[in-house]
Design a protein around this ligand. Structure first.
Ligand code: MN
Length: 254
């Protein structure tokens, strides 16, 4: 996502699991054809090489190195591989914390992994992170403060579900927010999104986890997300589209 491709991009999907769809290669072609600046997040560093290879030569798809908090219970030792691969990647995700009932018991291990991720990113600098923060926003923000990562890189809160005051803390640290279609179905999150600074908003799909009528959304679905998002901010979808592109360009240049 250097300057040139961004000029050519039309849409932004800043968090999509391209490698979890059965037609990974076709999706990359689709992102190229539709000019969707897509961040292909991964859930384990073992997926890095294959994802890189698939996206090689793509103008609009970038791959993020990840270690998903929901996998940390079984894969904590993969943090070593993550650290070895990190110099190869500007983009990092999916990483973060998940304190929901199913994953709560691995929270301590998740914190160990997340802190190492943040410290390595802060040390190398200029990383762009997409963060998972289910039921753990406050704790996650504490780690951002403790490691001072937001001063050394860019942070995108993916599928943010925290409170208004937690959003405020994240905004004050310079965080961005990537909004998906499922968030816009929640009245509470809709009103939270109304209060976000317009210049901190990106779009995402979190496909294939987000589905509509049982079918996984695809990166091109961000067009519908903009259509739903724009009226909340009192602007036209086209103006929202341009705003999101500009936000991405500015974020990546910082
Ligand atoms: Mn995800």
């Amino acid at each position: 996502m250097t300057a040139l491709p961004l000029v050519a991009a039309k849409w932004v999907d800043f968090h999509c699991h391209l490698d979890l769809y059965p037609d990974h290669a076709q999706l990359i072609s689709e992102c190229e054809r539709e000019r969707i600046a897509t961040l292909a997040v991964t859930t384990t560093p073992l997926a890095w090489a294959r994802n890189k290879e698939m996206a090689e030569g793509s103008t609009h798809v970038r791959v993020a190195l990840g270690l998903h908090p929901q996998l940390v219970a079984e894969r904590e030792n993969e943090i070593a591989l993550f650290e070895r691969l990190l110099p190869e990647s500007r983009y990092v995700g999916e990483v973060g914390l998940d304190a929901s009932p199913r994953f709560y018991k691995s929270l301590e291990a998740q914190e160990r992994v997340f802190e190492r991720v943040l410290r390595a990113c802060a040390e190398q600098g200029d990383k762009v992170l997409t963060l998972h923060s289910v039921r753990a926003v406050s704790k996650l923000l504490q780690y951002l403060e403790k490691t001072r990562l937001p001063d050394r890189g860019r942070v995108v809160m993916h599928w943010f579900t925290g409170s208004v005051s937690e959003a405020r803390r994240a905004i004050d640290m310079g965080c961005y927010f990537s909004v998906n279609s499922e968030m816009l179905r929640s009245p509470r999150l809709r009103s939270l999104i109304v209060g976000l600074p317009l210049d901190r908003i990106l779009t995402e799909t979190d496909g294939p986890f987000v589905q509509v009528d049982g079918v996984a959304v695809r990166p091109r679905s961000v067009a519908g997300t903009l259509t739903a998002l724009a009226p909340l901010r009192g602007i036209e979808p086209e103006a929202m589209r341009v705003q999101v592109l500009r936000n991405l360009a500015i974020m990546l240049k910082q």
